[in-house]
Design a protein around this ligand. Structure first.
Ligand code: F3S
Length: 754
């Protein structure tokens, strides 16, 4: 059903030659991360050594995975490329659009009713273009990928930041925006700045209450939420080998919480066991043949300071369980010290909910360790003080855990078993126990705990811990409970202590599933009709953008953004997520979060044609309707934040011809280029100050648009006075071709047709 062993064998067949060449070019032994990167160059065999943290390099990923929220726009765009099939193996997973409320069956039924239009669309596009489709209820994207597709030494991209989870099986797996995924689906290279490398040496082995989750909670405390930015975190050492494969997945998963590009581990026996257990003995056999290439060189791990940009060492023998939070995953506190901290900060000590699962922690080992605690509560007659919710990561995990009596243990504690989906981890949680925005505390085994993340309530204090610690805390109902030292009073009035958790790494009787929820696409999908209702609120087929051309004259200033303007300011999330597949509807959020430099208000700009003030999308729509291009002006690092392609597509859709700023966040700049519009920077930063509210713009030499040649802009002020300034750009020849064709996808389509 799932993986493509021939593709994997192909990757392995060229690995030795490419890695050996990279070793020769760099003149040094290689880390695992470098081996994977150099063996996935778009050009094939390496011809030069790259500088980490500096060079932009084209790569050829082996796989793509998309979740249902991000896949909508990605697939709508892919449909524009005019390709009969995706160029690399791709899967779509329906996991984000399912709300947790009453339990799996009624929740899934409701999701299938409310989002059926989106699911049907994703299913039919997948069928048409050769994409594997995982239905709602099949599981969470990263757990399903780990169980079915991840393989040691591979490279994948996914339209979700926790794609990095696949590092648990020795991949370089990276979260990207939809536009990047579309490029690769359409057969183009994927560009990435060659990452820096952080080495984490693990010694000793986990014991007692400490789990793999505590490794990353500790790393998050050391690196903080930005400490991994632009870097791959590579784990090695005896301690790494002592971890289970799914434990490694948990650690890699939360690498996203320290901003890391991705995290990975070298191939070892735990991965081999996991591959065999998940019915992939042939992948394990193939990996065994190139084993030395699937881990870092011995010399690198013997002297890591020489080969990594930064090295951290953690002794697992001494590591203690942590709970991180509230409101940020890097606020790490060892269990036992939280009571005092909570009192100092006014965090509620009473715990209302314990939530177990998500893509981070729903392996067989996780569930058995947490169940071993839950069972003690039943056996020792302790009544759980908090509510329990469980989100299995996949149908395979759920079915197996059910067969083996694990779910029954939680049910005996009155736990609610939610759908195999993201649920409370992404705010899809309709909590009935709160009336308003009461201050309360929850503990969960997820990865993120930002304000409002789980239930939309800014006063929910969420703490992140291992599943077994979440179980213990939820049973006690108190944040200051330390199961290693404290006792609980049972129904007979006796003081009882919880024993250490016991887990089973892999199901002794093997994994099982009746219907995994996978739909194999047709071999030839040309006859499949993808229908989108013209009345749909949530989906809209895209029409190719018309080229803007070389005559931009009389363009009007739409907004001069003041200060920080991130992709969230440009295209807000929250309730707008609903319209991710409908470009016209979601464009109603365009730049509504940006502060206008004139008047310092948000979503309040002057319409120069009417003299009236209005919201940014409304004014833009009016200009567009009257055939007038508009221009957005911005400050430094414009478009920082995420790689969300909507932030570029919306201005393009509403008639913005150029975005002119002091500096860009690079991904957003590239996204603007891909949509066939101008992303330019002031040659002299101070020229930002020349821009007035009633300005009109004339591009004087756009007909000579060429690489490395600044453009000239005439600014006509309301009093008729003029300034002529220079604008820099970073367009190369192919990006200028995107501009000339109207978008990168238009160009791909044209090349396909010829
Ligand atoms: Fe879903 Fe939460 Fe993971 S939203 S993909 S379970 S981080």
């Amino acid at each position: 059903m799932a993986f493509d062993i021939d593709m994997i064998k192909k990757v392995y067949a060229t690995m030795a030659e490419r890695v050996d060449k990279a070793r020769e070019l760099t003149g040094k032994p290689l880390t695992l991360s470098e081996k994977i990167l150099y063996s996935h160059l778009w050009e094939g065999k390496p011809t030069e050594a790259f500088t980490r943290g500096k060079d932009y390099v084209d790569f050829a990923p082996d796989r793509i995975a998309c979740q249902d929220a991000t896949a909508q726009m990605a697939l709508l765009q892919f449909m524009q490329a005019g390709k009969p099939k995706v160029a690399v193996p791709t899967t779509v997973h329906c996991d984000h659009l399912i709300q947790a409320k009453q339990g799996a069956a009624p929740d899934l039924k409701r999701a299938n009713e409310t989002s059926n239009e989106v699911f049907d669309f994703l299913g039919s596009v997948s069928n048409k273009y050769g994409i594997g489709f995982w239905k709602p209820g099949a599981g969470i994207i990263h757990q399903v990928v780990l169980e079915n597709y991840a393989f040691p030494g591979g490279m994948m991209i996914g339209t979700d930041s926790h794609t990095v989870n696949a590092g648990g099986l020795g991949m370089v797996a990276i979260g990207v925006g939809g536009a990047d995924a579309v490029d690769v689906m359409a057969g183009m290279a994927w560009e990435l700045k060659f990452p820096k490398l952080i080495g984490v040496k693990l010694t000793g082995s986990l014991n007692g209450w400490t789990s793999a989750k505590d490794v990353i909670l500790k790393v998050a405390g050391i690196l903080t939420v930005k400490g991994g930015t632009g870097a791959i975190i590579e784990y090695f050492g005896e301690g790494a080998k002592n971890l289970s494969c799914t434990g490694k997945g948990t650690i890699c998963n939360m690498g996203a919480e320290v901003g890391a590009t991705t995290s990975t581990f070298g191939y070892d026996d735990s991965m081999e066991r996991y591959l065999r257990s998940t019915d992939r003995a042939d992948v394990a056999d193939a990996a065994n043949e190139v084993r030395e290439y699937l881990t870092g060189d011995d010399e690198v791990y013997a002297n890591p300071e020489q080969y990594f940009d930064e090295v951290i060492e953690i002794n697992l023998d001494e590591l203690r369980p942590h709970l991180n939070g509230p409101f940020t995953p890097d606020l790490a506190t060892p269990v036992g010290q939280l009571g005092e901290k909570a009192k100092e900060n006014g965090w509620p000590l009473k715990v209302d909910w314990g939530l177990i699962g998500s893509c981070t922690n729903s392996s067989y080992e996780d569930l058995t360790r947490a169940a071993s605690i839950a069972k003690q509560a039943v056996d020792k007659k302790i009544k759980a003080k908090s509510d329990f919710g469980i989100n299995p990561g996949s149908e395979q995990i759920r079915f197996t855990a059910d067969r083996d009596g694990i779910l029954k243990i939680f049910e005996d504690l009155d736990a609610t078993i939610f759908t195999n989906a993201c649920g409370p981890c992404i705010g899809q949680w309709d909590r009935s126990d709160l009336k308003g925005e009461e201050k309360n505390t929850i503990v969960h085994s997820f990865n993120r705990n930002f304000s409002k993340r789980a239930d939309g309530n800014p006063n929910t204090h969420a703490f992140v811990g291992s599943p077994e610690m979440v179980a213990a805390i939820a049973i006690s109902g108190r944040l200051d409970f330390n199961p290693m030292t404290d006792t609980l009073l049972n129904e007979d009035g006796e003081e009882v202590k919880l024993d250490e958790p016991r887990g089973i790494e892999l199901p002794p009787e093997g994994f099982a599933v009746e219907d995994a929820g996978y739909v194999e696409p047709l071999v030839d999908g040309t006859g499949v009709n993808v229908s989108v209702s013209p009345d749909s609120e949530r989906l809209q087929l895209l029409t190719p953008f018309e080229p803007i051309g070389s005559e931009i004259k009389g363009a009007k200033l739409l907004i001069k953004a003041f200060g920080k303007c991130t992709t969230d300011h440009i295209s807000m999330a929250g309730p707008w997520l609903r319209y991710r597949g409908h470009l016209d509807n979601i464009s109603n959020n365009m730049l509504i979060g940006a502060v206008n430099a004139f008047g310092k208000k948000t979503n309040f700009v002057k319409n120069q044609l009417t003299g009236e003030f209005g919201g940014v999308p409304d004014v833009a729509r009016d200009y567009k309707a009257k055939g007038v291009y508009s221009v957005v002006v911005g400050d430094h690092n414009y478009g920082e934040g995420s790689s969300r392609e909507h932030a570029a597509m919306e201005p393009r859709h509403l008639g913005v011809a150029a975005v002119i700023v002091k500096s860009f966040a690079r991904i957003h700049e590239t996204n603007l280029k891909k949509q066939g519009m101008l992303g330019l920077t002031f040659a002299s930063e101070n020229d930002y100050d020349l821009i007035q509210e009633d300005d009109t713009f004339n591009f004087l030499d756009l007909n000579e648009f060429a690489p490395d040649k600044p453009l000239t802009l005439e600014i006509v002020h309301a009093d008729g006075s003029k300034d002529v300034i220079k604008l820099n750009h970073t367009y190369n020849n192919s990006q200028i071709a995107w501009y000339n064709e109207g978008s990168a996808l238009n160009l791909i389509k044209k090349e396909n047709a010829s």
